[in-house]
Ligand binder design. Structure first.
Ligand code: RVK
Ligand code: MG
Ligand code: MG
Length: 347
């Protein structure tokens, strides 16, 4: 295993947080689109322009993904022992101060209930949603980056904190397990040397092993109830298929590109891994850009999938691989660097 010194780890913290922000800001304008060949060409030109040193454009604003990630980070920085009532209050305060950030309807309802109940039991409102099933959206997974970073050496701590941080808004097991899968993928990225190629088989086998433990722990476990392991096996199969042919339709059909955690977290991991090699139609030598551009090119829940892919790419590569001109187009980029450094400082 690679030896990661503190200088590299700090750069990886910055890369992960900036990656999450950049994917959200650049993915948001394409949200809900079905990407045609023409759309993918527009995307290529959009990235080419943003990468240029003199290109001027209105600032790319972030959405709920970053708004909620900010609260998770603040909660860790101010109270590293994790205070979930404090975190719930931060989510609610952030939402009511800027409600127009594209939040899902379920979380909006949960925030209203939390405020009305004066945060008496911060896990209760989410449990009542959807007739008691809870939300299966990717809202838990999209905000885990700070937790994955903070608990990078503490597996049990990570599982407990990510589960509870998710349960404030999402109690469906797919939402929780998706958040856990994204956490473990980020943590694996942190351990990799950016100058070395990723062993795709090892990376994915290791995630399957970890999901085996998580999906077997469930009380209602039955043989066919291991949806993330099934998705990860599809992911491995698609990765092994011919790199020159267009498998995007298979990716969308088998892995998904929607707002459910199950239909987006494996996809984000796939995008990150697939983009380690050249992709037809994506012309860039920059691996970080290739990851994020590819994630957006699949359409659907582009802000969230690109944000999750970006956070993986940044955690693997570190800050240095992120083009300085592109990141300048994103709202909150300076502040996000401070957030990453503050998180690193509380370790
Ligand atoms: C638009 C039926 C369910 C469900 C269940 C549906 C933002 C609901 C972010 C709900 C993220 C929506 C994305 C989003 C997700 C969830 N039965 N339908 N059990 N569980 N849904 O509100 O934080 O982009 O239609 O929990 O997970 O950028 O309104 O939101 O990409 O999924 O929304 O679920 O965010 P929420 P979220
Ligand atoms: Mg969003
Ligand atoms: Mg989204």
């Amino acid at each position: 295993m690679a030896k990661i010194d503190n200088i590299l780890l700090k750069s990886k913290f910055r890369g992960c947080m900036l990656g999450a922000l950049l994917g959200d800001c650049l993915g948001a304008p394409f949200e809900g689109e079905t990407m045609t060949a023409g759309g993918k060409l527009i995307l290529q030109k959009y990235f080419d322009k943003l990468e240029g040193p003199y290109f001027r454009a209105p600032i790319k604003t972030y959405t709920d993904d970053t708004a909620m990630t900010k609260s998770v980070a603040k909660s860790l920085i101010d109270k590293p022992a994790m205070d979930f009532k404090f975190l719930a209050k931060l989510f609610v305060k952030e939402y009511f101060s800027e409600p127009k950030r594209g939040y899902g309807q379920n979380v909006i309802d949960v925030f209203a209930k939390l405020r009305r109940s004066k945060f008496e039991d911060v896990f209760k409102p989410a449990k009542e949603q959807f007739g008691g099933i809870g939300s299966y959206g990717n809202g838990g997974a999209m905000r885990v980056s700070p937790l994955a970073l903070y608990f990078h050496n503490n597996n049990e701590g990570a599982i407990d904190a990510v589960t509870k941080a998710t349960q404030i808004t999402h109690t469906h097991k797919d939402a929780i397990n998706g958040a856990l899968l994204q956490t473990m993928a980020i943590q694996q990225c942190l351990k990799l040397d950016p100058v070395e190629k990723i062993n795709l088989q090892e990376f994915t086998d290791s995630l399957i092993e970890k999901m085996k433990k998580i999906e077997t722990n469930e009380e209602d476990f039955e043989d066919d109830e291991k949806p993330y392991q099934v998705k990860l096996i599809y992911l491995q199969q698609i990765l092994k298929s011919n790199a020159d042919c267009d498998v995007d339709d298979d990716v969308i059909r088998l892995l998904g590109n929607d707002i459910s955690a199950l239909g987006s977290v494996p996809t984000a991991i796939y995008c990150f891994l697939r983009a380690q090699k050249d992709i037809p139609g994506i012309r860039t030598d920059n691996k970080f850009r290739r990851c994020v551009q590819y994630a957006i090119s699949l359409g659907g829940d582009t802000d969230t999938i690109a944000s999750m892919t970006g956070s993986l790419a940044g955690a693997y590569l570190g800050e240095e691989y992120i083009n300085e001109h592109i990141i300048k187009h994103c709202e909150y980029q300076k502040e996000m660097l401070e957030v990453a450094d503050n998180l690193f400082a509380v370790l």
